[in-house]
Design a protein. Sequence first.
Length: 568
Amino acid sequence: MKSAQDLRKLLNEIHRKSYPAYKGTKGSYRFADYILQIDHVQGDPFASPSKVSVAIDGQLARFPKQLFDKKYKRIALQDYLTRVFYQKIERFNFKAKGSGKSGLLSVSRCGQEILERTACTIDPANGNVLVRMEVGFPANGRTINSGELIKIFFEFLPECVKESFFYPCADQKKIEQTIFLAEDQQVIREEILKRNLSAFVANGSILPRESGISSRPMKNGVPFRSPKEMEVEIELPHRGKITGMGIPCGITLIVGGGYHGKSTLLNALEVGVYNHIAGDGREYVISDDTAVKLRAEDGRSIKKTDISMFINNLPNKKNTEAFYTEDASGSTSQAANVVEAIEAGSRLFLIDEDTSATNFMIRDELMQRVVAREKEPITPFIDRVRELYEKEGVSSIIVAGSSGSYFHIADTIIQMEQYEPAEITAFAKQEAAAFPLPVSEGKREMKKPSVLRSAEKNRTFADRGKVKIKAMGKDGIQMNRETIELRYVEQIVDTEQTNVLGYLVKYAEQNLFDGKKTIQQVVDAMEQKMERDGLASIAESSYLPVNFAMPRKQEIFACLNRYRGLRL
């Protein structure tokens, strides 16, 4: 391995040469406290920045084993260190001058959620720290200005690394608080399963967000306060006793007037599948981590999905046990989303009436009188939601603002008024008695949907050679000329998760789709590989990706199901 002085000498030698001479810097260099690895060098100062990693021996980093001996603690610590490093390098971003991206210093910018990322990883066996970042190698035009890169590698970077990744130099109190919060959050996750709860919302939580484009908490937001009837108490190892609203498994209805906080509560529950940082306001809002937000999704692709529990006897004789369309309607898309969520192992559905297909959710009495059951191919969700819980163990939390029919079948009813919840189950049931549900004559028996779908290799994909993957924010992935639409997969919270999903599709096409493995087996195999070899392993590239964040199993399924090139 070369030394840091070898790198300095090389950079001095290529000063004022043409930009491709930077390629010769690729390799590993031993600095005093870490190894600098130049993994990939950009082609010119206007191209994507160079990929650089820093490897620190665990005996030098000296993070105590108890800070990362459990996976959830390790992820919390990695997240904290990434945030600290981001703040440190921001001071030096573009301080080295030049053309294009010269002087750029970039690492993952973490949001409110705590995610496993490739930006910073800690080896659970020995505490070794690996940091991945991007650096814009400086140039004037396309002429190397290596003096500016020397500043980055020998002045800026050593200072940031030392202040971020060495425990003796770190803010140990903040690290301790980070791990304590992770332990408390983990206890809540375990407790809601033990107590047969779908979710927990702590008293004092701030659920409203700053704005529609910001996930930071609203200043002076109304603190959440559980109805007494639903209040539960949990003993946490560090915070002590905490009280809040426990939403039981079963069917829960959230009602109330417009702008009173129904969707705000549901939005908090949908991101409650992730842990949140201190100060977010939703640190102690914890949902079943398999929860899936369901909605209508007009125009999506559906591939041989068994939607027969909801839709049958279509006039065009289309097979709904292996339903296929490139342009789904609202009702067929929502039916497919339900079935695919079951396939992905979800135990909790989150549904907002505002984003649902009306004819999928309910058929009122007048419509049933005018359009006879035998002429209506749709069995609405209201007719299945009880069976889904009792037969499949899938709970539902539904926001309703206009239809009262769900009062009849709900186990728990919560009314939101000025962001404050009230438990009104008994009152709502009493009022609903005056408006009996029509008898669903001829209701079709529910049978468990078939999920034994296997995928074969897309030969067109395989013949393309190099596959270019580009994430379009959280809205989708472009793979060469094909786009996978993900804008309605609402529990993707970070573009870096979208990056991973694109590489997972590529990996599945090239390594797993064989016409024999089911989609479930394919997803399991990819999860096992990432668990065994690390999140970066699915890229199969010559250098380790900087900008990956782990998606849940449910989002991996959602991505594959929206991939129009999927051959089943």
